[in-house]
Design a protein around this ligand. Sequence first.
Ligand code: FEO
Length: 171
Amino acid sequence: MLSKTMEQALNEQINAEFYSSYMYLSMSTWFNSIGLPGAAKWMLTQTQEELFHGMKIFRQVNERGGRVTLKAISQPPVVWKSTLHVFQEALAHEQKVTGLINDLVNLALEEKDHASNIFLQWFVSEQVEEEANVGAVLDKLKLIGKDTTALFTLDAELGQRIFTPPPVQVN
Ligand code: FEO
C-alpha cells in the first residue's frame, strides 16, 4: 500500500510525464511548421516515450492500491528561436525531470518504501538515457552551426527514430 505522501508525489510525476509528452508534441509540430519533418518525427517519438513513462507510473499507483488523480496539464511553449534552442530547452527539461526522479527516490528511501524504490530505479536509468539522447543531438547541432546542408542530413537521420516500448510491461 502506498503512503498518501508517496501517492501524491507519484501523481505529480504522472502529471510531469504527461506535460513532457505535451511539450515534445508542441516541439514536433513546430519542427513540422519550419520544414524539418525528421526532427518532428524525433519529437513525436519522444512524445510516445513520455506517455509510456506516465502510464508506467499510472499502472504502478493502481497496482499498489493508490488512487490516480489526473490534473490539468500546463500549456507548453509553442515557438522557439531555432532548432538549437529547442534541443537546449529539451535538455534543460530532462535535467529537471532527473531532479524530480531523484527526489522521488529520496522520498521512497525516507519512507522505507522499498517497492517504490525498486520501481523508480528504472526511471533513474531511463533519465541517464534521456539526457544522453538529447545531448547527442545537441552536440551535432553545435557542430553543424549554420550549415543548412548538414542540417538536412541530420534531419533525415533524426527521422529514423521510432518508439519501441520496453519488452517488460507492468500489467
Ligand atoms: Fe519521462 Fe523524458 O523523462
